[in-house]
Write a protein of this length. Structure first.
Length: 145
């Protein structure tokens, strides 16, 4: 059975949150997600692989987020919002199947669902800044060719 993209994204976010909060207890986190969300082991494995890839790139993602969040270091951003931002930034930069505007919209939805409306506005502002900066960098590369 196919897993809806929104549910997959929520699973990835919950795994990211769990791994950061519960010190890499992946087995327990995946078991909990599988039980609570009633998803297959293969869906959990796929979501865990995406979460691992996001975490592997987190140093780069975090620096982009910190650049955009001029008043906040990455450590000052709440755990939920930090991981929503990481996931969305990852999707914007590394997932060619997801248009950046969709990644941004989904991040706002996740922030509203798992945090607050204020968090959603914050996430939107940070991602918009990253999106614009990436666009400017792409344009500059094209001009130098």
């Amino acid at each position: 059975m196919t897993l809806p993209k929104q549910k997959f994204r929520e699973m990835v976010l919950q795994i990211l949150y769990g791994l950061e909060t519960y010190e890499d207890n992946e087995e327990a986190i995946l078991g909990l997600i599988k039980r609570e969300l009633k998803v297959s082991k293969s869906h959990c494995t796929r979501a865990a692989l995406r979460a691992k890839d996001v975490r592997a790139k987190s140093r780069n993602l975090d620096s982009l987020i910190e650049e955009a969040a001029t008043d906040y270091s990455i450590d000052r951003i709440h755990t939920v919002e930090r991981n929503v931002l990481r996931l969305a930034t990852y999707e914007m930069l590394y997932d060619d199947e997801i248009p950046p505007k969709v990644a941004m919209s989904e991040a706002v939805r996740l922030a509203k669902k798992f945090s607050t409306p204020e968090a959603a506005s914050f996430v939107n502002a940070i991602l918009d800044t990253i999106y614009r900066k990436q666009g400017e960098e792409e344009q500059a590369k094209d001009e130098h060719k």
